[in-house]
Design a protein around this ligand. Sequence first.
Ligand code: SF4
Length: 411
Amino acid sequence: MEEIIEKANYCLNCKIKPCSQNGCPLGNNIPEFIKLVKEEKYKEAYNALSETTVLQAVCGRICPHKKQCQGSCVRGIKSEPVSIGDIEAYVGDKAIENNYNLFNNIENSKKRVAIIGGGPSGLTCAAFLAKQGAKVTIYERYNYLGGLLVYGIPEFRLPKDIVKNTIQKILDLGVQVEYNKELGKNLKLEELEKEYDVIFLSFGANKSVKMGVEGEELNGVYGGNELLEYNEHPNYIGKTIAVIGGGNVAMDCARTIKRLGAKEVKVIYRRAEEQMPAEEKEIKEAKEEGIEFLFQNNIVKIIGNKKVEKVELIKTELIKKEGETRLSPVNIEGSNYIIDIDYIVMALGSKPAEFVQNLGLELNKWGNIAINEKGQTSNPRIFAGGDIAGIKGTVAWAAKSGRDIAYEIMK
Ligand code: SF4
């Protein structure tokens, strides 16, 4: 506790709140909740956070704080920023420990809303709808809630108990859940439309994107999202694995695979380290765990007879291209080389599953469900948020879309 108070006391409680306004996607009132922590008023600090978020203990642990709130903290200009994430996680944990209610006032409404998908966006939408009195049912394809918070983020980054207890607070608001229900299988939009006033789609877009290189169809090439989601891994013991990509999914895959006994794990990224989208902390920890990074390397082809045996790489240089804000990697001619590899994991990004094309809703040019500024799809009674609507890929951005749409739905 003393350590947390010390961290809170380092905050200047700035009036202009750059951490909240420029940094936090959810717009959490950071100086206010930190001020309450300084006074050891944890319940009040939790209430202050609950105005804008229901995932305190989760976001406190897994948000890319350096790129969000802490990246905008004025303390960070000359020195280290305030440890906002640690303080938020502490308050979220206190709420779990002491059974604080998520909301003190619940309004009244007769509206009925179905939410499809119980990940960060769906759960946050459910909570803020319930706060406004709506009768909410979440339809979830697994027999547990949480989505990528459970299957996409390893236990060492986000303990499952924390997720479970955070979700319980949302269910305590009276939110109902139908488990093992999946659109395109045993759930139909038309039937839900008859039963509910509004439907909110928040089932994510978790299919790994492919690179389109030769040899990608060989056995031993896996999608990073699928590996984490289904948790079905080959035997890595004594093997060398290449993970392609530079985001948090790449880091989570690399670190999980190393823990499962791989001899060597190499992360291959075509840009430089400072351009990696993964959290600095994740990269540092991955290095400490013995993961090797091949920066400024691109894949030319995957080589093998039925199964992956080798990979041909080429080195890249970074150049400024007209009209582009960041440096672009360009292959250096003649710098090709080949390394032995047993398995390859593609962690380059995600896209929606194919069944989305058959929902009768308009899609945007990236294949996500098209929405207007209110989150409404081409069917005005159906809203969509989070990854499936192409919202920026962090948990906090998905949660923000769920929250904002909950208010739009009730309008
Ligand atoms: Fe505190 Fe930093 Fe936010 Fe200022 S910018 S209120 S010091 S967390």
